[in-house]
Design a protein around this ligand. Sequence first.
Ligand code: BMA
Length: 377
Amino acid sequence: MKKGFIIYFLIAILPGYACHAQENLPADKNATRETVQLFRNLKKLSQKGYLFGHQDDLAYGVEWRYKENRSDVLESAGDYPGIYGWDLGGIEKGDVNLDGVPFKKMKQFIRQGYERGGVITISWHLASPFGAPAGAWDTTKGSVASVNPGGSNHVLYKEWLDRVAGFLSSLKGSKGEMIPVLFRPFHEHTGGWFWWGKTHCTPFEYQTLWRFTYYYLTEEKKLHNLLWVYNTGGEFNNAEEFLERYPGDDKCDALSFDTYQYGDPAKEDWFAVQTKTKLNIIGKIAEEKNKLFALAETGYEAIPYPEWWTKTLVDAIGENKIAWVLVWRNHGLMADTRKMHYYAPYHGQVSEADFRKFYELERTFFEKDAKKENLYQ
Ligand code: BMA
């Protein structure tokens, strides 16, 4: 208990103000060479354009699962994504993630994307610490306090982090180097749908959760291949609101938010207008703090508007110098709702032609363009 309290004091109450970002370095002063270079190169890249990303891209798509080298993005745009999103939800207890992707396969896919010159980002829809069946979507108040140092689930949480660390430390390139990861834990925290959301914990509790996680993975577990991505939902209207739960410049490398298209973009432009406005807010903060910034999750479910890519998404990003934009997963038909759930086109999908136009734009970087940038050197 005493040791727990001292750690708690050091990591949570005394914020560090080391400003590595000012020297163009990531928050972790022991970050590996490839990780430092990725941070710097993404900043350079963002002056010219942004990586296009897709969640679970190599694992499955609309009407296929686990087929060597397949990718809906490849089959529609003619190239793999420049950034690959994966999710560790489920690693707390098992070998398969919450959407059915075995971690063994995920590791191989991560390596394939990295070896081809792509970038990896990882989120974590982790279980409820109280074991509630809703998992990440359980909203029991006090969950965050319970996993923080001194809390009733703190030991359990450390066991989960050990499993996360086991996975992240096993990601290695062909020369044995650690594969850098843009790690985006406790995402969309300005909403109320996850147990770490705004309505279920105080800003201080959230910051403590982040700072402890950072401390445990970088210091105790010695993971130096992570760039830390702070991520909100769209529930902010100014810098102050965006930064309300920010854990500090010494614990973050990138600023981002998630937002999805609803309704009919041919008739209403709220998505493009609001996304651009919010990216403007984040972009200014990122510039001041010398951090990366991104549209970490977006998309239009089943993309019924054929010109969504060049008409809506391009407009939504505007002149903002984001480093990446990522669309969510191509599950296909959902068994429960009987609805199609996918965010990137597949071959034959109505927005395919427009997606190719999007691919051809100077500012969009898919995998071939990413490779030319030599992002790890
Ligand atoms: C949501 C949906 C869910 C999925 C979750 C985590 O947006 O795609 O089906 O389980 O993300 O990936």
